[in-house]
Design a protein around this ligand. Structure first.
Ligand SMILES: Cc1ncc(COP(=O)(O)O)c(C=O)c1O
Length: 409
């Protein structure tokens, strides 16, 4: 897809719909007022100093960075908050985990294996492939079943003495599959106790309980905007004793693995967002699941020829609805829905920008045209029943209109 040259014109011709419902929380989200308010003082009232400089305003910055680490550590049962590294995104946290580990171990790169699931986020798959090009590692993608699950027995068959790193996400960002992560990490450790197990928890954090000790994970990624924090902040947990080499070089600050001054206002915002998400965890998840089920059932009742992507049982993140509308082009549907103020995405943003079918949907066995007709809705506790009702008015009409004009029969 080209970057539109006349975005202003596009926006003008689109206009502002009278009613708007934002379901594109996969790609970016609105930041609630309380989180914005928690950030603002750190731009110019307090803690706007560099957190590793020894003066009052620097210490205020350091204080909130540490408070945020302590809070996140508590939510994941991380024993030492110092084992959390703030980065400037989830993408950076994944790159730090994968590249940082593989650069550190580069002298034994040749013939060593990195095992990742076929449905990982591209910020896991691409750095693994990059390290393979640079240092000779072999990257193996483990297939998943039709619901996106990694079979422990199959995973076991991929792990041998040469396996140095395994990365399998807790929950998938497109189809919501929640892996049995403890079973998977156990299988890896029993086949090779030396192998390091990383999990990208960006889409699972604050949606399904995670305990790094019980789950047996060595490194774990989170992303700010996935929990209604700001974009541009992420974090990586690194278990004591695991050595990484920073892939970026520059002035180190509080973080010894990620150079550059910490983004203190965004870290303060992430802290607030985490506080909110964990303050009523079970109630919030149940509320969103109820809305999600209504949206999903409502669409299935009203629109023919629809496939649900992802697991149908409880092992799917409560906020996720991913559907393929047969004989409809997903990008066209996102535009048609946008004109009515319903904002969704087609596949993942990374996939849609290059107009290739999502690798996640292909990995679960969807055909190209089914993957191209996919739409991802992500819900949250800021949505109301009325938002779902509105989507249920708009989606069937938009699909029907597109099917009338499609060349597909
Ligand atoms: C599973 C997963 N990992 C990593 C990322 C990257 O996070 P960020 O957008 O903060 O770079 C995303 C973002 O969508 C994601 O869904």
């Amino acid at each position: 897809m080209h970057i539109p040259k006349k975005v202003a014109e596009l926006l003008k011709s689109h206009g502002r719909p009278l009613r708007e419902v934002y379901f594109d929380l996969e790609n970016s989200g609105f930041v609630p007022e309380e989180v914005v308010e928690a950030m603002i003082p750190y731009f110019n009232k307090r803690g706007y100093g560099h957190p590793s400089i020894t003066h009052r305003v620097g210490w205020e910055a350091l204080e909130v960075v540490y408070e945020a680490k302590e809070l996140i550590a508590k939510t994941l049962n991380i024993r030492n908050p110092e084992n959390i590294v703030f980065t400037h995104s989830g993408t950076e946290a994944n790159n730090l985990a994968i590249l940082g580990f593989l650069i550190k171990n580069r002298s034994r790169g040749k013939d060593k294996k990195v095992v990742v699931s076929a449905i990982e986020h591209l910020s896991v798959i691409f750095p693994a492939r990059f390290a393979a090009e640079l240092f000779g590692y072999k990257v193996v993608l483990v297939p998943v079943d039709r619901e996106g699950f990694v079979d422990p027995e199959l995973l076991k068959s991929f792990i041998d003495r040469d396996t140095v790193l395994v990365s399998i996400q807790v929950a998938n960002h497109e189809i919501g599959t929640i892996q049995r992560i403890k079973e998977l990490s156990d299988v890896v450790k029993s086949a090779n106790p030396e192998a390091v197990f990383h999990t990208d928890a960006a889409d699972a954090y604050a949606w399904t309980p995670i305990d790094v000790e019980k789950a047996g994970v060595d490194m774990l990624t989170i992303s700010g905007h996935k929990v209604h924090g700001p974009r541009g902040v992420g974090a990586l947990y690194v278990r004591e004793g695991i050595e990484l080499e920073p892939p970026l070089r520059g002035q180190l600050s509080v973080e010894k693995l990620w150079p550059g001054v910490e983004n203190v206002p965004l870290i303060a915002g992430l802290k607030k967002a985490v506080e909110i998400m964990f303050s009523n965890f079970d109630h919030r998840v149940a509320y969103v699941k109820n809305l999600r089920d209504k949206l999903e059932k409502g669409i299935l009742d009203r629109v023919p020829e629809v496939l649900v992507n992802g697991p149908l049982g409880g092992m799917r993140v409560a906020n996720n609805v991913n559907m393929s509308f047969l004989r409809v082009e997903g990008e066209a549907l996102t535009v048609a829905l946008s004109l009515h103020g319903v904002y969704v995405s087609s596949g993942s943003a990374c996939s849609s920008r290059v107009l290739e079918p999502s690798h996640v949907l292909l990995a679960i066995g969807r055909k190209h045209e089914e993957a191209h007709g996919s739409i991802l809705f992500k819900l949250c506790h800021y949505h109301k029943e009325d938002d779902v009702k509105y989507a249920l008015e708009v989606v069937p009409k938009a699909v029907e209109m597109l099917r009338k004009i499609t060349a597909w029969r």
